[in-house]
Design a protein around this ligand. Structure first.
Ligand SMILES: Cc1ncc(C[n+]2csc(CCOP(=O)(O)OP(=O)(O)O)c2C)c(N)n1
Ligand SMILES: [Mg+2]
Length: 353
């Protein structure tokens, strides 16, 4: 296989309805509408979660507003048996596999009903340490290859993660072993308050792929169809035994890093406003209207359905009996230090349990 130099121009399919024409997609009309439902589901989950956080109903939450196209477009290119390894930024991606909203909301509530068996959905647990799931995904993908199974894995991580040792180890291992892995980088140009310019001296993140001996491609992360096509290409390559692909999906973080962050001290507010104007769901809906596939009424019905799902989800999560505080201390030590007994007693006292 010849290693292609990373492609600098962003791939796109959706035009702007004016001077930039729409490109071609391989998806059927039904698929295009299903993809719309996925985007709305993710968007609704995200917007409701910010409200639930403000109401004190979930804990700190990592907002992914305007990242939905990267998540929905890439998962749409997978088969059900393919494995998803997500970071906190893609926490709700399991919804796209049918995972109940209450499970993910419970995770953000710190409740054990938010722990799922990855085998039920082929969705790994949400990874909060930056990049540590990349070697996990590489290992799983290699295992699939060794067993002769046709499935592959995808690992989602941010621009900041590309500076981590774990990213390097996972990418290098996957390339050497020709593991069927898609390395999906959401380049939202910020790692909390660290801008991309302070993260790397490379011209593009996709350039890093050449160093690992794998193809790297760049796609407009706000264009769900371009993301789908790029991921499909990577998945096809993985299944053909040609190893991993690095996808750099370029977007711009249009919301705070998380509900605990105040970006006003570091971000360019005018740029954020500009990005909000070209956010991914609005762009896709405009495209669907241009090709005569989506009416305002139909879009409203999809939104209402997603809102119902969230209402049911938060009610189910809040209906769970309180968790045993002792779980905070379980599973950490084979032989727990005796001091933990005092800590647990203190916790029970504070919680009044
Ligand atoms: C190993 C590790 N170091 C530091 C942190 C603290 N931290 C949380 S989010 C974050 C920024 C990550 O940025 P990026 O990889 O670009 O992902 P994004 O949040 O933008 O999606 C950092 C440094 C962490 N969670 N794990
Ligand atoms: Mg980032």
């Amino acid at each position: 296989m010849a290693v292609l130099p990373a492609e600098r121009d962003l791939r796109r399919v959706i035009g702007d309805g004016e001077s930039v024409p729409d490109g071609e997609t391989t998806l059927s009309d039904d698929d295009l509408l299903e993809l719309h439902r996925w985007l709305v589901l993710l968007r609704t989950y995200d917007e409701r979660s910010v409200v639930y956080h403000r109401q004190g109903r979930i804990g700190t939450y990592a907002i992914y507003w305007n990242h939905e196209a990267m998540q929905a477009g890439s998962v749409f290119a997978l088969e059900r048996e393919d494995w998803i390894f997500q970071s906190y930024r893609e926490s709700a991606i399991g919804l796209l596999r049918g995972m109940p909203a209450s499970t993910i909301l419970s995770w953000w509530r710190g409740h054990p009903s938010g722990w799922w068996n990855p085998l039920d959905w082929n969705v790994a647990s949400i990874c909060v340490p930056i990049g540590t799931h990349v070697p996990h995904a590489a290992g799983l993908a290699w295992g699939k290859k060794l067993r002769g199974e046709p499935s592959c894995a995808i690992a989602y991580f941010g621009d900041g993660a590309t500076s981590e040792g774990a990213f390097h180890e996972g990418a290098n291992f996957a390339a050497v072993m020709r593991a069927p892995l898609v390395l999906f980088c959401n380049n939202n140009q910020w790692a909390i308050s660290t801008p991309l310019s302070a993260q790397t001296a490379a011209e593009t993140l996709a350039d890093k792929a050449a160093g690992y001996g794998m193809p790297g491609l760049r796609v407009d992360g706000c264009d769900v169809l371009a993301v789908y096509e790029a991921t499909r290409e990577a998945v096809t390559r993985a299944r053909a035994g040609e190893g991993p692909t690095f996808i750099e999906a370029v977007t711009y973080r249009a919301a705070p890093h998380a509900t605990a962050d105040d970006p006003s001290v570091y971000i360019d507010a005018a740029r954020v406003e500009e990005e909000k104007q070209r956010e991914c769901l609005g762009r896709y809906e405009a495209y669907l209207r241009r090709i005569g596939l989506l009416s305002y009424e139909a879009a409203e019905a999809v939104r209402a359905q997603a809102a119902d799902l969230m209402r049911e989800g938060i009610a189910a999560a809040e209906g769970e009996p309180p968790a045993d505080p002792g779980l905070v201390f379980s599973h950490a030590y084979v032989d727990p230090p005796t001091s933990l007994d005092d800590d647990l007693a203190e916790l029970r006292r504070v919680l009044g349990g």
